[in-house]
Design a protein around this ligand. Structure first.
Ligand code: 5GP
Length: 127
């Protein structure tokens, strides 16, 4: 069910539960600001999700309400993950689905890092 990005934060969402350690994840990286783990249903040879440790529904919510420290810490974490995973030279794609038209499914802000092959066209329309 696509997420309405304007809804209040649901602290029972799956990534909130991963953050609290209630559900497992295949962890790639963690610091004060972010947790990164492998996507359970990878769409590329490398498919990592990076999530902030604070409760934000979407990119829209994070960019509007996140403190400068939270935003800087999160952005640096995304870059660190990509560098540590050796993705910079072959290249990678960042993606943050936001709201119904994007088909965002999990209502905790996350960035997808996809890599490991030539990724093809940026947007594939369902039409
Ligand atoms: P969205 O469509 O919200 O941008 O992306 C949600 C992503 O979370 C999907 O790529 C999906 O495969 C992934 N995902 C959903 N549930 C889980 C889970 O329990 N563990 C992990 N690691 N990934 C999940």
């Amino acid at each position: 069910m696509p997420v309405n990005a304007t809804l209040p934060y649901d602290d029972q969402n799956i990534f909130a539960r991963i953050l609290r350690g209630e559900l497992p994840c295949s962890k790639v990286y963690e610091d004060d600001w972010a947790l990164a783990f492998h996507d359970i249903n990878p769409q590329a040879p490398v498919h990592i999700l990076v999530i902030p440790k604070a409760p934000f529904v979407s990119w829209d919510d994070f960019s509007a309400r996140g403190s400068d420290a939270q935003i800087a810490g999160f952005i640096r974490a995304v870059g660190t993950v990509a560098r540590e995973q050796g993705l910079v030279e072959p290249g990678y794609r960042l993606l943050a689905n936001t709201g119904p038209d994007s088909l965002q499914e999990v209502p905790h802000f996350h960035v997808h890092i996809c890599a490991g092959k030539v990724l093809g066209r940026m947007i594939v329309s369902p039409d």
